[in-house]
Design a protein around this ligand. Structure first.
Ligand SMILES: NC(=O)c1ccc[n+]([C@@H]2O[C@H](COP(=O)([O-])OP(=O)(O)OC[C@H]3O[C@@H](n4cnc5c(N)ncnc54)[C@H](OP(=O)(O)O)[C@@H]3O)[C@@H](O)[C@H]2O)c1
Length: 439
């Protein structure tokens, strides 16, 4: 059988892994597909850079656009990353009738709606399993395996770097900056860690997951996003004393009035929760469906071959339906175009959950009474409250509270009033508590 000819843009971590995997598993892929998958051209920026991958028989070029328009290429794989530089390449390939496989979450979170529309007009696939949670096939699970369900919630640990930092803060008693420096030394975090620690990378992935879970357009701007910089060693320790771990979670679930919540932030999860046991650079996604109940998907969220595993999975899918009419293919986001709905994206103030609060108070009588009075005025009931010992060399005492379920609007109002009290000496900490499945 004629080989399926593949052009790859980018030969970095994921591109290199993809070339290596396609070569190593060429025979089993041919058996699955009935045709060989053959990389014929690869575009890079610097042709003189040493490449660990075996490039024999491959045309190495700096002309990425030429690969996208080459009539002898059947499928283009975009692995250059970035938004402004990748978009024209993806458009060029789609515009020339070539399906595209990409790992680029930033591109799809920001420009996905237009790109999927364009791919639809051209009648070709735009596949993106590798863009979400690396090697975990969560897009396929949500789009196909769970299609019989109405999705009730998705809670994901979707950024390995942030999860590594929080894990090290807990197990080694490190502060955020120390754990970040360690992650940078080990190559888990970039010199500029913004995307990972401020929640942007997890938010890009969540924007795609929400669309696939609920049949909505991708709406990155609707997302509420907080990173992990403000989580302290004290928070992690106090949470542990109360039986919780702190994770950076990407969450989407239906809200009242046909709304959808979409938010990335640190969250307390019970230490018995399956997600609590996900440590280090691993990712996990918990999906609850109305029929199936809770399901958990766990695995490496990044890295050369784990991400290549998702890229190659997409290549097999796309190659199987090359040239087939669109109605014979799975829609990009899993919903028929006429079934897609823009929901009401629920603002964060509407979220109802439990809350962990840490206040910094003067060590004097009456503090707890003033704080509890304000919470009561907002209708917030307290599950637990503890006044801690002052930290060595400090006069202030931390006061830690867990609330019962309440609306975020009420918590924000109460905290603003608490922070104005004379007995409160610094800004208060608030971390949401999430109900997730326990093992
Ligand atoms: N790394 C991961 O574990 C991971 C996991 C999931 C998803 N992703 C996504 O996968 C994509 C690629 O990530 P990566 O980590 O593999 O990136 P990377 O290691 O930085 O590699 C980027 C590659 O693109 C090439 N390149 C950049 N601009 C180009 C252009 N205009 N024309 C031709 N080649 C160009 C570079 O060429 P030179 O080699 O010549 O510099 C390099 O080979 C990103 O969208 C990323 O978000 C990565």
């Amino acid at each position: 059988m004629e080989p399926v000819r593949i052009g790859i843009l980018g030969l970095g971590t994921v591109g290199g892994g993809t070339v290596a995997l396609l070569r190593r598993n060429a025979e089993s892929l041919r058996r699955r597909l009935g045709r060989p998958l053959e990389v014929t051209r690869v575009a890079v920026q610097d042709p003189d850079k040493p490449r660990p991958a075996d490039l024999s028989g491959i045309d190495l070029t700096t002309d990425a656009e030429g690969v996208c328009t080459d009539p002898d290429i059947d499928i283009v794989v975009e692995l250059v990353g970035g938004v402004d530089n990748a978009e024209p390449l993806v458009r060029a390939a789609l515009g020339h009738g070539k399906p595209v496989v990409t790992a680029n979450k930033a591109l799809l979170a920001e420009r996905g709606n237009e790109l999927f529309r364009f791919a639809g007009e051209k009648g070709v696939d735009l596949a993106f399993e590798a863009a979400v949670a690396g090697g975990i096939p969560i897009i396929k699970a949500l789009r196909e395996g769970l299609a019989g369900n109405r999705i009730q919630s998705v809670h994901a640990i979707a950024n390995g770097t942030a999860n590594y930092i929080l894990s090290r803060m807990r197990t080694q008693g490190l502060e955020f900056e120390e754990a970040l420096a360690e992650a940078q030394d080990l190559g888990y975090a970039e010199a500029d860690p913004t995307f990972d620690v401020d929640g942007i990378d997890a938010a890009h992935k969540l924007a795609l997951v929400a669309a696939v879970a609920f049949g909505t357009p991708i709406n990155y701007d609707a997302l509420h996003m907080e990173g992990i910089r403000a989580v302290t060693g004290e928070d992690i320790q106090f949470a542990a004393e109360m039986g919780y771990r702190i994770k950076l979670l990407a969450i989407t679930r239906p809200a009242v009035d046909d709304g959808v919540e979409i938010r990335v932030h640190p969250a307390l999860v019970p230490e018995s929760a399956m997600l609590a046991g996900v440590e280090g650079v691993f990712n996990a996604v918990e999906v609850v469906g109305d029929a199936v109940g809770p399901t958990l998907y766990y695995g490496p969220g990044a890295g050369a071959e784990p991400t290549a595993s998702a890229v190659v999975g997409d290549l097999v899918d796309v190659a199987r339906t090359l040239g087939a009419p669109p109605e014979y293919r799975v829609p990009y986001l899993g919903f028929h175009a006429e079934g897609m709905r823009e929901p009401r994206w629920a603002p964060i103030e509407e979220v109802e959950t439990e809350y962990y609060l840490r206040l910094q108070a003067k060590d004097q009588p009456g503090v707890l009474a003033q704080v509890t009075r304000i919470l009561a005025e907002e209708g917030i009931s307290i599950e637990a409250i503890r006044q801690k010992e002052p930290l060595p060399g400090e006069e202030d005492v931390p006061v830690v509270l867990l609330t019962h379920t309440t609306r975020e609007r009420a918590i924000r109002k109460a905290l603003a009033a608490i922070d104005r009290l004379d007995v409160i000496t610094g800004p208060s900490q608030m971390i949401r508590l999430e109900e997730v499945g326990t093992g």
